[in-house]
Design a protein around this ligand. Structure first.
Ligand SMILES: CC(C)(COP(=O)(O)OP(=O)(O)OC[C@H]1O[C@@H](n2cnc3c(N)ncnc32)[C@H](O)[C@@H]1OP(=O)(O)O)[C@@H](O)C(=O)NCCC(=O)NCCS
Length: 215
């Protein structure tokens, strides 16, 4: 049975913080917001997390999708006016057992990603977070699993509204590398299959901005 909890000070040094920044940055974020992620545990084993930060409309990723700031870079999207204190969901790490890039795929497709989002929404509402924004990935599961994000449909099921869609140049620029196998044979084969079905790389790189206001 998987359980979910907000990442608190006591978890720093125990749970992996890849993509969250340094320990000091994570501590500062927890002091500011009360938590920096929702963690998933299988018994005592960390098996996933959903990270978040304050929303900053001016944030830009210095390295496209290869930098965690990608999740806070809405580039071409026209953000609606959002209240101060709006949070920004970053990446999901379902299947992460320890620090590093390895993911245990036995934890994928078991509802943990959706449950992390539900746990976040419950925590955010209980904490008084007025709005949350996220970048939804293209609706092709292998890409979502590679990138660490949900498509807009999953967010809409949790009360988010899609406010913008666009071809994400950062993602579009990376897809040839994905096709070339730089991120593993599995995602390369799945992407090639989508191209063979007639999807263009521009279509495969369509992301969305989703917003949820406190209910
Ligand atoms: C992308 C990710 C968040 C999805 O989470 P998950 O726990 O695997 O997915 P879930 O079981 O919650 O399912 C999510 C949705 O995908 C669907 N789904 C699950 N497995 C599927 C499959 N094999 N094929 C198609 N759809 C599938 C589910 O039906 C569900 O949709 P629904 O609620 O409408 O039914 C997760 O795979 C992940 O974090 N991967 C690692 C990413 C990562 O760490 N990358 C590095 C980034 S820095």
């Amino acid at each position: 049975m998987i359980h979910y909890q907000p990442m608190r000070m006591a978890d720093v040094g125990r749970a992996p913080i890849d993509c969250q920044g340094t320990e000091d940055e994570v501590r500062a974020r927890i002091a500011d917001l009360g938590a920096s992620a929702i963690l998933a545990f299988d018994g005592k084993q960390h098996v996933g997390q959903l990270q978040f930060r304050r929303y900053d409309p001016a944030l830009r990723s210095p390295a496209g999708i290869m930098d965690p700031l990608y999740w806070g870079d809405f580039g071409q999207a026209n953000a609606p006016s959002l209240p101060p204190g709006t949070l920004n969901l970053f990446c999901y790490h379902v299947g992460q057992l320890e620090a590093g890039d390895a993911r245990d795929s036995r934890y994928h497709g078991r509802g943990i990603g959706v449950a992390l989002l539900e746990a976040f929404v419950n925590w955010a509402d209980a904490t008084g977070v007025e709005a949350t924004v996220a970048k939804a990935v293209p609706p092709f599961r292998p890409l979502g699993v590679f990138m660490g994000g949900h498509p807009a449909s999953i967010y809409e099921d949790s009360g988010f509204e899609t406010v913008a869609r666009w071809c994400d140049h950062d993602l579009r620029d990376r897809l040839p590398n994905v096709l070339a196998g730089e991120h593993g044979d599995g995602v390369a084969a799945a992407l090639r299959n989508l191209c063979d079905q007639g999807f263009t790389l521009d279509e495969l790189a369509e992301v969305a901005m989703v917003v949820r206001r406190r209910q």
